[in-house]
Write a protein that binds this ligand. Structure first.
Ligand SMILES: C[S@@+](CC[C@H](N)C(=O)[O-])C[C@H]1O[C@@H](n2cnc3c(N)ncnc32)[C@H](O)[C@@H]1O
Length: 218
């Protein structure tokens, strides 16, 4: 029997937040504004512990070119942008002007607007339009779950050797275990099986928030 990950109750989660990097004033404002302006969708936002992981990872691999699929109000993009090398660039894919107007406002205030290019179009079209060269250092996939395998298959060949692909919501709130999965959970389950068999990467799945997969391109 292998050791299991800790189950985080409210108290233990609070401890984890207290002992990791705290969101700064601007990040807190972004979190609060998202909850105030978009109360029905705010839970799409990544968690502070995921944000600090993205920043750390971008720094660790000295990322210069990153791609995000699913930007919403810009918290994960801000986290990635802050970890990029000087002169680093981040391409963001989303379809919503309403969500990304909030993102643009906060990127501007954070002084990272110059590093970020936002393309408002179905992400698959944007990704297919990228050059077929392996130049991406870091990607974050966090959009419609039924598109995950397609996004992955556009991103993996464009990722440089040693580059990372981070994928969110891989536990689908536990619904991956359901016998009758909803469409989104089914898509995530199929994606998890697909990624695990993919010989182009090595990967690990981490139980942070709703689960993330961290894949490194061979
Ligand atoms: C879970 S949210 C992203 C959360 C974001 N990463 C954050 O940290 O706040 C998913 C986003 O994917 C976008 N989206 C959904 N379908 C899409 C598609 N086909 N192409 C591009 N973006 C899409 C939605 O508009 C939404 O903003």
């Amino acid at each position: 029997m292998t050791r299991k990950s800790a189950q985080l109750d409210e108290q233990l989660h609070e401890y984890l937040l207290q002992h990791g990097p705290r969101p700064d004033t601007l990040q807190r404002e972004l979190i609060e504004d998202t909850q105030r302006l978009l109360p029905d969708s705010a839970d799409m936002q990544i968690s502070p512990e995921q944000a600090s992981l993205l920043t750390l990872l971008a720094k660790a691999i000295r990322a210069e070119y990153a791609v995000e699929v699913g930007t919403f109000t810009g918290y994960s993009a801000l986290a990635i942008a802050r970890g990029l090398n000087k002169d680093g660039r981040l391409l963001c894919c989303d379809v919503s002007t309403e969500y990304t107007d909030v993102a643009r406002h906060f990127w501007h205030r954070a002084g990272v607007s110059e590093r970020i290019e936002l393309r408002l179009a179905p992400a698959l079209d944007t990704l297919r339009g990228l050059e077929n060269t392996a130049v991406i250092d870091l990607s974050f996939i966090d959009a419609d779950k039924t598109g995950y395998i397609a996004y992955w298959n556009e991103i993996v060949p464009r990722t440089r050797s040693g580059g990372f692909i981070v994928v969110d919501n891989v536990l689908a709130g536990g619904r991956v275990l359901h016998e009758r999965q909803d469409e989104s959970a089914h898509a995530i389950h199929e994606f998890n099986r697909y990624a695990l068999r993919d010989q182009r990467v090595e990967l690990t799945m981490l139980p942070i928030s709703d689960g993330i997969t961290l894949a490194r391109r061979h």
